[in-house]
Design a protein around this ligand. Structure first.
Ligand code: NAD
Length: 257
């Protein structure tokens, strides 16, 4: 996908935007080699039943099995690198007044790419805490075959991700809602938009007057709400958006003059 294939009206909207809010999902990391949950071929769900693994009940029933599954995912993510889509979002942030990323991904790849204003809505695979009291457990070694006990209370470590049936941490929810309410442009990338409350952020943004843009090779439930849909992988579409915006702003570098 080239800069020329980005609609001029989209580039103009971006150039005029005061605040851009980006919602990313598993598709954002697909080109880094991190499988999505729902994509039929490579999705983790084709080999595992996540409802048996990504819940508090599952962890209580078999902590070692659930922990091993997360160790497997940590291994995968450690070997992965941010892809051109992640890098393009770092560049885009330098071209607009304010850009906030709300990510459903737990892989930390936006932060590794260098994005600054990132809300990890569903937590992070590498930030463990103890299951009973929520004590942070920052120094769990890797690899670690079984959940180690908390040095303060003895309860086992759990991954710092939001499991099915759990609430989004209040601080992340509050910041994400504010970012959705205050943006002019809402960019949904690589998400099937089936998991709430993340999926509802687009509706919040639209209700507050934002223009919605979707980057996803497939149609989703957000497609009907979006003014622009780029049907391409994010690793191709996002660099093209950045190139188009740079051309419109008349700059070759990474920052707005
Ligand atoms: P999802 O698996 O439901 O949907 C992925 C979406 O990405 C699909 O719509 C697909 O068409 C699209 N896609 C696939 N390849 C793409 C590409 N190269 N560029 C752009 N889009 C692409 O993912 P979801 O909506 O994020 O929801 C699933 C939940 O699973 C989330 O809560 C997330 O926390 C979790 N999850 C996270 C990771 C990760 O951290 N990388 C991986 C798998 C699942």
């Amino acid at each position: 996908m080239s800069a020329a294939s980005i609609p001029a009206a989209l580039t103009a909207t971006l150039a005029a935007a005061r605040r851009v809010t980006v919602l990313t999902g598993a598709g954002m990391s697909a080109e880094s080699g991190v499988p999505t949950f729902r994509d039929a071929q490579a999705g983790l769900w084709s080999r595992y039943r996540p409802e048996e693994l990504a819940t508090r009940e599952a962890f209580e029933a078999d902590p070692d099995a659930v922990w091993s599954w997360y160790e497997w995912r940590r291994d995968l993510v450690e070997k992965a690198e941010p892809n051109p889509g992640h890098v393009a979002l770092v560049e885009l942030a330098a071209l607009v007044d304010r850009l906030t990323i709300v990510t459903q991904n737990v892989d930390g790849l936006h932060l590794r790419a260098g994005s600054q204003d990132v809300i990890e809505f569903h937590g992070n695979l590498f930030e463990n805490y103890c299951v009973e009291r929520g004590h942070p457990m920052t120094s769990v070694p890797r690899p670690c075959p079984a959940p180690p006990p908390c040095p303060r209370c003895g309860s086992p470590a759990r991954p710092g991700v939001v499991w099915f049936g759990e609430s989004i941490p209040a601080n992340a929810l509050e910041r994400a809602l504010a970012a959705a309410q205050e943006c002019d442009l809402f960019l949904a990338i690589g998400t099937s938009a089936l998991v709430y409350p993340a999926a509802g952020l687009a509706e919040t943004a639209l209700g507050a007057g934002a223009v919605a843009v979707e980057v996803n090779p497939q149609r989703t439930s957000l497609s009907g709400l979006a003014e622009f849909c780029l049907r391409a992988p994010s690793g191709e579409a996002l660099p093209a958006i950045v190139a188009a915006l740079r051309a419109r702003l008349g700059i070759g570098g990474a920052t707005r003059p």
